[in-house]
Design a protein around this ligand. Structure first.
Ligand SMILES: [Ca+2]
Ligand SMILES: [Ca+2]
Length: 227
């Protein structure tokens, strides 16, 4: 219900709709409001597109059952160690798609992606982690860093299959930000897995306040029309 009201409000600001209000053609108004709402939904969906390039590591393509180590892959660059290992069902299944990244490639390595943000805005950073199958916890450590500060560190005992868990962090943008993942366990070419990295804006409290004001304003308008 509240969504319909927001759409209604948006319609009024972008179209000369006084005629509609005067005529009190409720059906026409609701239909127009719904149409506008669909446009708004489209915009909203676009705004929620993942800000991370190649967050699922499906590029470059690695043959099924194989693995390869790269200095760079689309979106990501090696900043320490010997490179980024991309696997396609080589030792366990991916969380999303068919490929995953392991950062203890030939040795403990770190990779970085620079993300363009709005200064002061909050973002939800999310990704999937799994211990490497059949490996002990001491070798599976993975760390995540935001602007060179470690914000997460985790490991686990590898089972016969990958065991993915989703990690969520709220980060604040400064304009151009450094997102780094690095292997941090025993340096032995076997380490934790990473997949499905995504980042999206967190709705601002100010935006929610505006929505609330719009709803209150429309409620007042409806009362006036009745009277
Ligand atoms: Ca993937
Ligand atoms: Ca390791």
């Amino acid at each position: 219900m509240s969504n319909g009201i927001i759409r209604f409000s948006g319609l009024r600001s972008t179209h000369p709709t006084k005629e509609i209000y005067k005529g009190c053609d409720v059906k026409k108004t609701v239909m127009a409001g719904l149409a506008t709402g669909l446009i708004f939904l489209g915009v909203s969906t676009a705004a929620n597109a993942n800000m991370i390039v190649n967050g699922s590591f499906e590029e470059f393509n690695v043959a099924t059952g194989g693995w390869a180590v790269y200095q760079t892959i689309p979106g990501w660059t090696t900043i320490s160690g010997r490179g980024i290992e991309v696997q396609d069902n080589a030792a366990g299944a991916a969380f999303d798609g068919s490929q995953l990244v392991e950062l203890d490639s030939y040795n403990n390595s770190a990779m970085q992606q620079l993300v363009t943000t709005t200064p002061g805005y909050s973002y939800l950073l999310s990704f999937a982690y799994s211990p490497r199958i059949n490996q002990p916890a001491h070798t599976n450590w993975l760390e995540v860093l935001w602007n060179n500060v470690t914000i997460g560190s985790f490991t686990g005992v590898g089972a016969a299959q990958t065991q993915w868990s989703i990690k969520n962090y709220t980060v604040v943008g400064t304009g151009l930000d450094s997102l780094v993942f690095r292997a941090a366990g025993t340096n032995d070419s076997l380490g934790g897995y990473l997949d499905a990295v995504s980042m999206n804006p967190v709705p601002e409290p100010a935006t929610m306040l505006l929505f609330g004001a719009g709803i209150a304003g429309l409620a007042g308008m409806a009362r006036r029309k009745k009277g």
